[in-house]
Write a protein that binds this ligand. Structure first.
Ligand code: FES
Length: 361
């Protein structure tokens, strides 16, 4: 009887609520939502990036209440942080009303995360292993250039995350596109690359991520590796639409000539930009005897001052695999760019995260 009453009591409880300090925001939590998901669904710009417990961007202090960790916080947080009561919002299931505190201000895009159904309208091969898919959504989505969404296909087990490849319309849009690289043994990418999926119903959930263009007149250094081009293309397209008045050094690292793509779009930026625009494709595995006369080696070796662009006075936007991002950050630091001027989207694969994955299968 006691159990029955306790169950009845539990079932009749209303939603749980979270109070956020110091901003004073208050939002409700749907059953099965993480703390982060609840905040984003309420349109609260809670800091986050990976959503899989690795980047610590969503770290916050649990002041009061109870959460259950999906993934052990100790993989990412130090013992001291855990003893002080820090948790990862993306890995915390809310078990009671909560009060949590953030060390950093709420800033960034305030676009409410939502799930929207759609249909794949177009599938284009950009390179031998990168596909561009265009999706028409049933309702419009608002996002920032640089952000990403989860793509779900009913017949596949898990969603996968991809960056929006186009600059957004401020009022929202119903057509979006992603660049999707084929990953060996990747369920989603294998399925997408195996046949033309035009006409297939899908759904997306987003927008996510803290990678977006910060308002500034400073020159920018963009560094993309492989399929990391999508969010940087979206960011550059956004600047282009705003007049293209910011000097840009854009380094694009690929293996060989056949891995380069979107060159016409970049060429269009370059020829119509209203400030210096330097595009440097860098090939790391191009055969020595090929006809390639451009830059070779690691993309990060080509970060250097140009007559019109001082790297030290620039903001840097990076997107690519973890090794490239880490190398770029140390090179930028050496050049005098400090952490608060470096923004990155580090994509992860199954070797880095075992559960859900970002930008990969
Ligand atoms: S650890 Fe939570 S968003 Fe990265």
């Amino acid at each position: 009887m006691a159990n029955l009453l306790s169950n009845l009591f539990k079932k009749s409880r209303g939603p749980l609520f979270v109070n956020l300090q110091p901003s004073g925001e208050r939002f409700s939590v749907q059953p099965k939502d993480t703390l982060l998901q609840a905040a984003l669904s309420a349109g609260v710009p809670f800091p986050h990036d990976c959503r899989v417990g690795t980047c610590a961007t969503c770290k916050c202090l649990l002041v009061e209440g109870k959460v259950k960790a999906i993934m052990d916080f100790s993989y990412t947080l130090s013992r001291e942080e855990m003893e002080q009561g820090y948790i990862l919002a993306c890995q915390a299931m809310v078990k009671s009303d909560l009060t949590v505190a953030l060390d950093r201000p709420l800033e960034g895009p305030q676009h409410t995360v939502k799930s929207i159904c759609g249909v794949i309208r177009k599938s284009e091969q950009l390179t031998h292993d990168i596909l561009k898919i265009t999706i028409e959504l049933d309702e419009s989505i608002i996002y920032e250039a640089g952000q990403y969404a989860d793509l779900s296909v009913p017949s596949l087990s898990e969603p996968r995350s991809y960056s929006f490849a186009d600059a957004p319309n401020e009022q929202g849009q119903t057509t979006i596109s992603f660049f999707i690289r084929h990953v060996v043994n990747g369920e989603m990418t294998g399925w997408l690359h195996a046949a033309d999926r035009t006409g297939v119903k899908v759904s997306i959930t987003g927008p996510y991520g803290s990678f977006y263009l910060r308002p500034s007149d400073q020159s920018i250094v963009c560094i993309a590796g492989g399929s990391g081009l999508a969010p940087l293309k979206a960011i550059l397209e956004k600047i282009f639409k705003m007049g293209g008045n910011i000097p840009v050094l854009f380094l694009f690292g690929a293996r060989t000539q056949r891995d380069l793509y979107c060159l016409e779009v970049i060429d269009e930026f370059s020829s119509s930009w209203n400030a210096p625009f330097h595009f440097v494709p860098v090939l790391s595995e191009e055969p020595a005897d090929s006809d390639w006369s451009g830059a070779r080696g690691l993309v990060t070796e080509h970060i250097k001052d140009l007559p019109e662009i001082r790297v030290a006075n620039s903001k840097a936007y990076l997107c690519g695999p973890p090794g490239m991002i880490d190398a770029a950050i140390s090179k930028l630091n050496e050049c005098g760019v400090t952490g608060e001027h470096i923004f990155f989207d580090k994509f992860l694969d199954r070797y880095h995260v075992e559960k859900k994955m970002h930008h990969s299968d």
